[in-house]
Design a protein around this ligand. Structure first.
Ligand SMILES: O=P(O)(O)O[C@H]1O[C@H](CO)[C@@H](O)[C@H]1O
Ligand SMILES: O=c1cc[nH]c(=O)[nH]1
Length: 239
């Protein structure tokens, strides 16, 4: 049965779902890496596909941008479609000069000032954690593909554009140890926790708040192939 945001029938979505923010990144992954991909969702253009990767059934679906959006889609995948594991595969802005464009970052935890967890379940933790099992699978996959990654605390922000009076990234790095910023993992990890499911977040550095280098919109859609391949290999270990 469908939901207000997902037209898939029960059984059309695999147990492991890769979840980029951008639905066109989901389309690219399905068309580039999956065999026989079938589209299961077009509601709001939040494309979702199921296909096989090296013989294993895997799904990929966009989450949209921000915690309210991934909050809806991940909750429905976990609770309505019996999905066991979601690996977010996102873009992120670097808070430190040590991270460069296209570097991979695996979230060891997500710090946020967001009220998502408090509002959703009364959880007042400012750090939400990924599944240790899923992080282990991602690290194993990255090592076997010889793709270096940095495992570190990330910032899940509600804000993309800050005004100049806010000393954003320096403070988040100095006070909370966040090496980069994205906008969804805190809510995803929280939903997995309250529903007894598994989640992780693998990121590609798309821009730097320190050096102001940046990738294009098209590169964010289709060039983060190291991240895609690592996530697909990890999914094989989790399916
Ligand atoms: O590229 P995605 O996965 O959307 O991730 C990042 O990019 C968007 C902002 O440009 C936010 O969703 C942020 O989390
Ligand atoms: O949330 C995000 C994602 C990519 N780059 C940023 O600066 N912020």
């Amino acid at each position: 049965m469908s939901t207000p945001h997902n037209q898939a029938a029960n059984g059309e979505i695999a147990k492991v779902v890769l979840m980029p923010g951008d639905p066109l990144r989901a389309k690219y992954i399905a068309e580039t890496f999956l065999e026989d991909p079938t589209m299961f969702n077009t509601v709001r253009n939040m494309y979702g596909y199921t296909g096989t990767y090296k013989g294993t059934r895997i799904s990929v679906m966009g989450s949209g941008m921000g915690m309210p959006s991934i909050g809806i889609y991940s909750y429905e995948l976990f609770s309505h479609y019996d999905v066991e594991c979601i690996i977010r595969i996102g873009s992120a802005g670097a808070y430190t000069e040590e991270l460069h464009l296209f570097d991979l970052v695996l979230a060891s935890e997500a710090w946020s000032e967001s009220t998502f967890a408090l509002a959703q379940s009364g959880d007042d933790e400012t750090l939400q954690k990924p599944s240790a099992r899923v992080n282990a699978a991602i690290k194993e996959a990255a090592a076997s593909l010889q793709k270096p990654l940095t495992e570190a605390c990330i910032h899940s922000s509600d804000v993309f554009y800050y005004e100049a009076n806010v000393d954003g990234h320096r403070e988040f790095y100095a006070k909370h140890g966040c090496v980069c910023v994205e906008m969804e993992s805190f809510a995803l990890f929280h939903n997995a926790k309250v529903l007894g499911k598994h989640a992780a977040c693998l990121l590609t550095i798309s821009d730097s708040l320190v050096t102001h280098e940046e990738t294009t919109a098209k590169q964010r859609e289709n060039s983060f192939t190291n991240m895609m391949e690592v996530a697909l290999e990890a999914a094989l270990k989790l399916a």
